[in-house]
Design a protein around this ligand. Structure first.
Ligand SMILES: [Zn+2]
Length: 311
């Protein structure tokens, strides 16, 4: 069995302007590094399909899906760019990118549940974890991981899934969507205080939020994961794991001040793989979120993928 990597060239078309950290070069850097290290040969490369409206509506309000889709299609037709929040802009190619990013997460979920592949990584953008049920926010349009988790529950009939978010920012969008949904356990750590300045007090009993102070390094984060995430995951016994895999807690990343390195991402991935093996028959889908230092991002994704693929 193998590890699939879902991506699409459309995901590089979304461009929020000169100097924006969430840039098309992020995916190119990952691909270049996988090729240079030969790790690309160990992965099953798959084109991300377009997401369906029904899949988006399992995590977002129908009105939001309709309005945002119409807006992005209008920008595509008129070849216009528009700012949607202070950090987030849509360009003519954003419509295709968001549809591929969420489509990748759903297709990866199907492939893993069907046993075609052991696990999967979605090398996609835009990211999703700040996208709330009805709002675009913080570089995110639709919440790729939440859409995939709801697909696993509502369409594929799973009873319980876990979402693990190790991006340096609090996944407020995912929390907004899944809070109170007892079929989903969400575990995260995030730098606090930091954008979006939420998460210190979780909004549901199904959320395990671990705010950590700036300048916290890998060993302290590993201790927190060992003491809090793992027992809670073992008690919950999820049938599938979804990872919001942001790599901006890396010490070289300029958007935050945590001190993780590649070995920490490998360790976290190993611990989550063990949870997946204990409870989920190995079922795991990981979706790229943040990570803005191109070199650190590429090296960290490679460390994550080496563990997922067992190479
Ligand atoms: Zn982030």
């Amino acid at each position: 069995m193998s590890t699939a990597i879902y991506t699409h060239s459309d995901c590089q078309g979304h461009d929020m302007g000169e100097g924006h950290p969430e840039c098309p070069q992020r995916l190119a850097a990952i691909q270049d590094h996988l090729r240079a290290t030969g790790l690309d040969m160990a992965l099953l490369w798959r084109d991300a399909p377009l997401v369906t409206t029904q899949a988006l509506e399992r995590a977002h309000s129908a009105r939001h899906v309709q309005e945002l889709t119409a807006l992005l299609q209008a920008l595509e037709a008129r070849e216009e760019t528009r700012a949607l929040d202070p950090d987030t802009a849509a360009c003519p190619h954003t419509a295709a990118a968001v549809a591929r990013a969420a489509g990748a997460a759903v297709a990866a979920t199907d492939a893993v549940i069907d046993g075609e592949v052991s696990n999967a990584f979605c090398s996609v953008r835009p990211p999703g974890h700040h996208a709330t049920r009805s709002e675009v926010m913080g570089f995110c349009f639709f919440n790729n991981v939440a859409v995939a988790a709801r697909h696993a529950l509502d369409v594929r009939g799973l009873q319980r899934v876990a979402i693990i978010d190790f991006d340096v920012h609090h996944g407020n969008g995912t929390e907004d969507i899944v809070a109170g949904d007892d079929r989903i356990l969400m575990c995260s750590f995030f730098q606090h205080p930091l954008y979006p300045y939420s998460g210190a007090v979780p909004t549901g009993d199904n959320l395990l939020n671990l705010p950590v102070a700036p300048y916290t390094r890998g060993p302290a984060v590993r201790d927190l994961i060992e003491q809090h995430w793992i027992p809670r995951l073992d008690a919950f016994k999820p049938e599938m794991l979804f990872i919001s895999a942001g790599f901006d807690a890396h010490r070289e990343d300029g958007l935050a001040q945590l001190g993780l390195v590649e070995a920490d991402y490998a360790w976290i991935t190993e611990r989550l793989m063990q949870v997946a093996q204990r409870h989920c028959a190995g079922r795991l889908v990981s979706c790229l979120e943040g990570g803005y230092n191109l070199s650190a991002l590429a090296r960290s994704v490679a460390a994550h993928l080496r563990v997922l693929a067992g190479v």
